[in-house]
Design a binder for this molecule. Sequence first.
Ligand code: MF3
Ligand code: CO
Length: 264
Amino acid sequence: MAKPPGKARFVVHPPATIAGIRDAARATARVLQELSRQVQPGVTTLMLDQLAGQLIRSQGGESAFLGYHGYPGQVCISVNEEVVHGIGCADRVLAPGDLVGLDVGVRLKGCIGDSAATICAGGRPAPVAARLLNTTREALDAAITAARCGVDVCEIGKAVEKVVKAAGFSVVRDFVGHGCGRDLHEPPEVPNFTTPARGVILQPGMVLAIEPMVNAGGWRVTVDRGDGWTVRTADGSLSAHFEHMVLITEGEAEVLTCPKTPSE
Ligand code: MF3
Ligand code: CO
Protein backbone atom coordinates (compact mmCIF):
# COMPACT_ATOMS: atom_id res chain seq x y z
CA MET A 1 0.00 0.00 0.00
CA ALA A 2 1.29 3.48 -0.79
CA LYS A 3 2.45 5.45 2.22
CA PRO A 4 0.86 8.84 2.79
CA PRO A 5 3.15 11.67 1.63
CA GLY A 6 5.44 13.10 4.32
CA LYS A 7 5.62 9.81 6.20
CA ALA A 8 8.96 8.57 4.95
CA ARG A 9 10.00 5.33 6.62
CA PHE A 10 13.71 6.04 6.22
CA VAL A 11 16.00 8.71 4.78
CA VAL A 12 18.69 8.22 2.13
CA HIS A 13 21.01 11.24 2.17
CA PRO A 14 22.57 12.71 -0.99
CA PRO A 15 26.40 12.97 -1.06
CA ALA A 16 26.46 16.69 -0.24
CA THR A 17 24.42 16.11 2.90
CA ILE A 18 26.59 13.14 3.87
CA ALA A 19 29.63 15.43 3.73
CA GLY A 20 27.91 17.77 6.19
CA ILE A 21 26.85 14.91 8.45
CA ARG A 22 30.45 13.65 8.46
CA ASP A 23 31.67 17.01 9.71
CA ALA A 24 28.99 17.20 12.42
CA ALA A 25 29.68 13.62 13.51
CA ARG A 26 33.43 14.24 13.72
CA ALA A 27 32.90 17.41 15.76
CA THR A 28 30.63 15.42 18.07
CA ALA A 29 33.26 12.71 18.53
CA ARG A 30 35.90 15.30 19.39
CA VAL A 31 33.67 16.89 22.00
CA LEU A 32 32.84 13.50 23.51
CA GLN A 33 36.52 12.53 23.61
CA GLU A 34 37.57 15.72 25.39
CA LEU A 35 34.59 15.66 27.76
CA SER A 36 35.38 12.03 28.67
CA ARG A 37 38.82 13.12 29.90
CA GLN A 38 37.18 15.47 32.39
CA VAL A 39 35.13 12.71 34.06
CA GLN A 40 36.97 12.69 37.41
CA PRO A 41 36.00 12.38 41.07
CA GLY A 42 35.15 15.80 42.53
CA VAL A 43 33.80 17.22 39.27
CA THR A 44 30.08 18.10 39.25
CA THR A 45 27.82 17.07 36.41
CA LEU A 46 26.94 20.76 35.91
CA MET A 47 30.65 21.52 35.31
CA LEU A 48 30.67 18.78 32.66
CA ASP A 49 27.57 20.27 31.01
CA GLN A 50 29.09 23.75 30.92
CA LEU A 51 32.38 22.43 29.59
CA ALA A 52 30.47 20.52 26.91
CA GLY A 53 28.82 23.77 25.82
CA GLN A 54 32.25 25.40 25.43
CA LEU A 55 33.66 22.42 23.54
CA ILE A 56 30.68 22.32 21.18
CA ARG A 57 31.05 26.04 20.42
CA SER A 58 34.80 25.65 19.90
CA GLN A 59 33.93 23.17 17.13
CA GLY A 60 31.76 25.86 15.54
CA GLY A 61 28.54 24.08 16.44
CA GLU A 62 25.69 24.31 18.87
CA SER A 63 24.03 21.76 21.13
CA ALA A 64 21.49 19.64 19.29
CA PHE A 65 19.84 18.73 22.61
CA LEU A 66 19.42 22.11 24.37
CA GLY A 67 15.76 23.07 23.93
CA TYR A 68 14.84 19.83 22.14
CA HIS A 69 11.32 19.21 23.45
CA GLY A 70 12.41 21.58 26.22
CA TYR A 71 15.51 19.61 27.28
CA PRO A 72 17.44 21.99 29.60
CA GLY A 73 21.06 20.74 29.24
CA GLN A 74 23.80 21.07 26.60
CA VAL A 75 24.45 17.32 26.81
CA CYS A 76 23.00 14.39 28.75
CA ILE A 77 24.95 13.12 31.79
CA SER A 78 23.58 9.95 33.37
CA VAL A 79 25.29 8.51 36.45
CA ASN A 80 25.17 4.86 37.67
CA GLU A 81 21.49 3.74 37.73
CA GLU A 82 20.59 6.63 35.42
CA VAL A 83 20.11 5.19 31.95
CA VAL A 84 19.86 8.25 29.67
CA HIS A 85 18.77 11.92 29.58
CA GLY A 86 20.32 12.90 32.95
CA ILE A 87 20.69 16.66 33.43
CA GLY A 88 23.87 18.33 34.74
CA CYS A 89 23.44 19.43 38.34
CA ALA A 90 25.60 21.62 40.64
CA ASP A 91 25.22 19.31 43.64
CA ARG A 92 25.93 16.04 41.84
CA VAL A 93 29.60 15.53 42.64
CA LEU A 94 31.23 12.53 40.97
CA ALA A 95 32.71 9.89 43.27
CA PRO A 96 35.43 7.34 42.44
CA GLY A 97 33.92 4.39 40.56
CA ASP A 98 30.82 6.25 39.32
CA LEU A 99 29.72 5.19 35.84
CA VAL A 100 29.06 8.36 33.87
CA GLY A 101 27.11 8.23 30.61
CA LEU A 102 27.85 11.19 28.34
CA ASP A 103 25.58 11.78 25.35
CA VAL A 104 26.61 14.57 22.98
CA GLY A 105 24.61 16.06 20.10
CA VAL A 106 26.08 18.76 17.86
CA ARG A 107 24.36 20.80 15.17
CA LEU A 108 26.91 22.05 12.64
CA LYS A 109 25.86 23.90 9.47
CA GLY A 110 22.45 22.29 9.46
CA CYS A 111 23.63 18.73 10.10
CA ILE A 112 23.61 16.70 13.29
CA GLY A 113 26.09 14.48 15.11
CA ASP A 114 25.01 12.24 18.01
CA SER A 115 27.29 9.99 20.06
CA ALA A 116 27.48 8.60 23.59
CA ALA A 117 29.90 6.73 25.83
CA THR A 118 29.98 5.60 29.46
CA ILE A 119 33.12 6.31 31.48
CA CYS A 120 34.20 5.28 34.98
CA ALA A 121 35.19 8.24 37.15
CA GLY A 122 38.66 7.81 38.65
CA GLY A 123 40.05 4.80 36.93
CA ARG A 124 38.95 1.28 37.62
CA PRO A 125 35.33 0.21 37.61
CA ALA A 126 34.16 -2.52 40.01
CA PRO A 127 34.09 -5.98 38.36
CA VAL A 128 30.38 -5.97 37.48
CA ALA A 129 30.62 -2.41 36.17
CA ALA A 130 33.61 -3.35 34.01
CA ARG A 131 31.70 -6.30 32.58
CA LEU A 132 28.68 -4.08 31.90
CA LEU A 133 30.82 -1.54 30.02
CA ASN A 134 32.55 -4.23 27.98
CA THR A 135 29.28 -5.96 27.14
CA THR A 136 27.61 -2.73 26.02
CA ARG A 137 30.59 -1.80 23.84
CA GLU A 138 30.62 -5.30 22.36
CA ALA A 139 26.89 -5.10 21.69
CA LEU A 140 27.40 -1.83 19.81
CA ASP A 141 30.24 -3.39 17.79
CA ALA A 142 28.05 -6.38 16.91
CA ALA A 143 25.25 -4.01 15.89
CA ILE A 144 27.60 -2.06 13.62
CA THR A 145 28.78 -5.30 12.00
CA ALA A 146 25.14 -6.31 11.42
CA ALA A 147 24.28 -2.97 9.79
CA ARG A 148 24.90 -3.96 6.19
CA CYS A 149 23.03 -2.89 3.09
CA GLY A 150 20.33 -5.34 2.04
CA VAL A 151 19.33 -6.45 5.55
CA ASP A 152 16.28 -5.41 7.54
CA VAL A 153 16.94 -2.89 10.32
CA CYS A 154 15.69 -5.51 12.81
CA GLU A 155 19.01 -7.39 12.38
CA ILE A 156 20.69 -4.64 14.42
CA GLY A 157 18.51 -5.26 17.47
CA LYS A 158 18.96 -8.99 17.18
CA ALA A 159 22.74 -8.58 17.22
CA VAL A 160 22.60 -6.36 20.32
CA GLU A 161 20.29 -8.65 22.22
CA LYS A 162 22.38 -11.73 21.53
CA VAL A 163 25.50 -10.20 23.10
CA VAL A 164 23.62 -8.76 26.08
CA LYS A 165 21.68 -11.93 26.86
CA ALA A 166 24.82 -14.05 26.73
CA ALA A 167 26.35 -11.79 29.40
CA GLY A 168 23.27 -12.10 31.63
CA PHE A 169 22.34 -8.41 31.37
CA SER A 170 19.22 -6.83 29.88
CA VAL A 171 18.44 -4.39 27.08
CA VAL A 172 16.30 -1.29 27.66
CA ARG A 173 13.17 -1.48 25.50
CA ASP A 174 11.59 1.94 26.03
CA PHE A 175 14.24 3.89 24.10
CA VAL A 176 15.72 3.11 20.71
CA GLY A 177 18.30 4.29 18.19
CA HIS A 178 17.25 6.30 15.16
CA GLY A 179 18.07 7.68 11.77
CA CYS A 180 20.04 10.92 12.10
CA GLY A 181 21.36 13.57 9.73
CA ARG A 182 19.39 16.75 9.06
CA ASP A 183 17.31 16.18 12.17
CA LEU A 184 18.32 14.58 15.45
CA HIS A 185 15.65 11.92 15.10
CA GLU A 186 14.78 10.69 11.64
CA PRO A 187 13.12 7.44 10.61
CA PRO A 188 13.65 4.57 11.00
CA GLU A 189 13.67 3.65 14.67
CA VAL A 190 16.55 1.30 15.52
CA PRO A 191 15.52 -1.00 18.40
CA ASN A 192 18.18 -2.76 20.47
CA PHE A 193 16.13 -5.92 20.90
CA THR A 194 14.56 -8.55 18.68
CA THR A 195 11.50 -7.34 16.79
CA PRO A 196 9.67 -8.72 13.76
CA ALA A 197 11.18 -7.51 10.48
CA ARG A 198 10.19 -3.87 10.09
CA GLY A 199 10.26 -3.73 6.31
CA VAL A 200 13.07 -1.18 6.30
CA ILE A 201 15.94 -2.58 4.24
CA LEU A 202 19.26 -0.85 4.83
CA GLN A 203 20.72 0.88 1.80
CA PRO A 204 23.75 3.04 1.04
CA GLY A 205 23.25 6.66 2.10
CA MET A 206 21.23 5.87 5.22
CA VAL A 207 22.73 7.20 8.47
CA LEU A 208 21.78 5.48 11.72
CA ALA A 209 22.49 6.36 15.34
CA ILE A 210 22.85 2.97 17.04
CA GLU A 211 22.68 3.25 20.82
CA PRO A 212 22.31 0.19 23.05
CA MET A 213 21.31 0.93 26.66
CA VAL A 214 22.13 -2.06 28.87
CA ASN A 215 21.08 -2.66 32.47
CA ALA A 216 22.95 -4.90 34.90
CA GLY A 217 19.55 -5.95 36.34
CA GLY A 218 16.11 -5.93 34.71
CA TRP A 219 15.14 -4.04 31.55
CA ARG A 220 12.47 -1.85 33.14
CA VAL A 221 13.05 1.88 33.53
CA THR A 222 11.29 4.88 35.09
CA VAL A 223 11.30 8.58 34.17
CA ASP A 224 11.93 11.13 36.95
CA ARG A 225 8.64 12.80 37.87
CA GLY A 226 10.36 15.96 39.02
CA ASP A 227 12.48 16.86 35.99
CA GLY A 228 10.49 14.85 33.44
CA TRP A 229 13.72 13.64 31.78
CA THR A 230 16.08 11.49 33.83
CA VAL A 231 15.56 7.81 32.99
CA ARG A 232 16.60 5.33 35.69
CA THR A 233 16.61 1.58 36.01
CA ALA A 234 13.46 0.53 37.89
CA ASP A 235 15.45 -1.82 40.15
CA GLY A 236 18.30 0.63 40.83
CA SER A 237 20.85 -1.50 38.98
CA LEU A 238 23.71 0.04 37.00
CA SER A 239 23.21 0.97 33.35
CA ALA A 240 25.55 1.72 30.45
CA HIS A 241 25.03 3.43 27.08
CA PHE A 242 27.23 3.71 23.99
CA GLU A 243 26.21 5.34 20.72
CA HIS A 244 27.77 5.72 17.28
CA MET A 245 26.43 7.14 14.05
CA VAL A 246 27.09 4.93 11.06
CA LEU A 247 26.76 5.42 7.32
CA ILE A 248 25.40 2.45 5.43
CA THR A 249 27.61 1.72 2.41
CA GLU A 250 27.89 -1.04 -0.19
CA GLY A 251 30.25 -2.84 2.20
CA GLU A 252 30.72 -2.49 5.95
CA ALA A 253 28.98 0.34 7.75
CA GLU A 254 31.29 3.30 8.29
CA VAL A 255 31.45 4.76 11.78
CA LEU A 256 31.07 8.53 11.41
CA THR A 257 31.50 9.51 15.07
CA CYS A 258 35.28 9.08 15.08
CA PRO A 259 37.43 11.99 16.26
CA LYS A 260 39.83 11.68 13.32
CA THR A 261 39.33 11.78 9.57
CA PRO A 262 39.95 8.36 7.91
CA SER A 263 43.27 9.59 6.42
CA GLU A 264 44.63 10.93 9.73
N1 MF3 B 1 21.15 10.54 22.01
C1 MF3 B 1 19.86 10.83 22.57
C2 MF3 B 1 18.81 10.57 21.55
O1 MF3 B 1 19.11 10.28 20.47
C3 MF3 B 1 19.79 12.12 23.22
C4 MF3 B 1 18.56 12.95 23.11
S1 MF3 B 1 18.52 13.95 24.45
C5 MF3 B 1 17.39 15.11 24.22
O2 MF3 B 1 17.65 10.58 21.81
F1 MF3 B 1 17.43 15.85 25.24
F2 MF3 B 1 17.67 15.80 23.18
F3 MF3 B 1 16.21 14.58 24.09
CO1 CO C 1 20.69 9.25 19.73
